[in-house]
Design a protein around this ligand. Structure first.
Ligand SMILES: [Zn+2]
Length: 441
């Protein structure tokens, strides 16, 4: 604004001066020693304008020449940066392709051209890792911790290296630092969560889970399932300490969060049956049965009534009718029918499993049925088949293949959390790609 006012004042002064000169008329005369020069006012004004224009052009030319070296330097720098980024890209591609020597070569070149930018540290560390030079890789990852922009990546690299070495203390340290730095990062939250579950720190794991869920690091379904699993372990711990009220509270919450989580329903039903709340226990099992029919639930359901004979069979039928085609429903019904001396019904349910694999449980039920009906030949046939029958389903870790007779949230073989699945024991397919955090501690 001030510049505009000054400009207008100068312009007005100039115009006033020109008008004054024109109005005064006559010629302008200069004396330079013995030399005298005269001209008219319009010619003088023209000369002034031309001289000013010439001065402006001369100034612009001089300034262009003055800035020449700086411009050349800037242009060379730009070209150097472009080459540096080209090398960086080529290096990252080489890392992705697993070409260690090429990655190292490009890393050095990019480092020279770009003057040690943070990204070349990562590239150099990855190239060293590819080469199997873990010490050098660790050095580079540690150097990344010095810069705020690469600290998080450096922690990830160091944690992966610590995992490989099986150094749990280092993994804990790096994982916690990374999680504190970026609570929204899934891998860091997973690593901290898995370490806490490994140490049986259920309440700490709940806090990590809540924080990860709130920051969208864990999805809603995953969070619900993990929370329910943690609650089951908390409930079991409370039951071990004879705190039945706390155990019931945790079991109810776990069952509400994940009615398909068998251990949650088993814990809830167990606590309720022990408290003589049989109707509530039956209701909880009935809610889970259509989702996950399981022999442990059928056994607990038997405990929710004190009937016998046909009444007992009718009561169990009420449960199995909730999932009439399920294998476990036929097995539970056959068991109840035999206990109620209803061999016709038992045969009916066992025949429904004819097309399925004969397991030890099925063979034993058949042998018992034939014995009740006094078919001696059939009894010996089924007893022989018990020995050759397929094993029953059991809890098996789908990560390492560890088999357990009882469910545990943390695998005793590999420490994985919530990886126990109910199935016939068998070999486990190794994962195609080991991702962080790969719990192998
Ligand atoms: Zn395992």
């Amino acid at each position: 604004m001030l510049a505009l006012v000054l400009y207008l004042v100068a312009l007005a002064a100039f115009v006033y001066l020109v008008v004054l000169l024109f109005e005064s008329g006559g010629d302008l005369t200069w004396m330079w020693g013995s030399f005298e020069y005269s001209t008219s006012v319009p010619v003088f004004v023209l000369l002034v304008v031309v001289a000013t224009a010439a001065l402006v052009v001369a100034f612009w030319l001089l300034s262009w020449l003055w800035r020449g070296p700086a411009r050349i330097k800037e242009s060379l720098g730009r070209r150097r940066r472009e080459k540096g980024y080209e090398s960086l890209t080529a290096g990252l591609v080489a890392v992705a392709a697993g070409d260690a020597s090429e990655a190292r070569r490009h890393a050095r070149k990019a480092d020279d051209l770009l003057g040690h930018p943070p990204l070349t540290l990562l590239l150099t560390a990855q190239a060293a890792q590819l080469d199997g030079d873990h010490e050098a890789a660790d050095e580079h990852f540690k150097a990344m911790l010095e810069r705020p922009e690469t600290e998080f990546l450096g922690l990830r690299g160091l944690m992966a290296a610590a995992l490989r070495r099986g150094d749990r203390a280092a993994v804990r340290d790096y994982a916690r630092r990374a999680h504190a730095l970026r609570p929204d990062a899934k891998w860091a939250a997973e690593a901290v969560f898995e370490l806490q579950t490994l140490e049986g720190d259920w309440s700490g794991a709940q806090r990590t889970l809540e924080s990860a869920r709130d920051r969208k690091a864990f999805g809603a379904d995953t969070s619900r399932r993990l929370r329910a699993t943690l609650l089951v372990e908390e409930g079991r711990k409370a039951l071990d300490s004879l705190d039945r009220a706390a155990a019931l509270k945790r079991a109810r919450e776990a069952h509400d969060e994940a009615p398909d989580l068998v251990p949650a329903t088993v814990l809830l039903a167990r606590v309720l049956i022990d408290a003589q709340k049989l109707r509530q226990a039956a209701k909880a099992i009935e809610k889970s049965w259509p989702r996950t029919p399981h022999p442990a639930l059928a056994e607990l359901y038997v405990e929710t009534g004190r009937d016998s004979g046909v009444e007992h069979y009718k009561r169990i039928s009420k449960l199995v009718d909730l999932a009439p085609d399920a294998r476990e429903s036929h097995l539970a019904a056959a068991r109840a029918a035999l206990d109620s001396n209803l061999t016709g019904e038992a045969r009916c349910h066992l025949l429904a499993l004819e097309d399925e694999t004969v397991t030890t449980c099925v063979a034993r039920l058949w042998a018992e049925l034939e014995e009740r009906e006094e078919n001696a030949d059939e009894v010996s046939l089924w007893l022989r088949r018990v020995a050759d029958a397929d094993p029953e389903a059991t809890w098996q870790c789908d990560r390492c293949g560890e088999v357990a007779s009882d469910w545990h949230a943390v695998c005793e073989g590999c420490g994985a959390f919530d990886h126990a699945v109910w199935r016939p024991p068998g070999p486990v397919e190794p994962p195609l790609q080991t991702q962080l955090p790969a719990t192998s501690l």
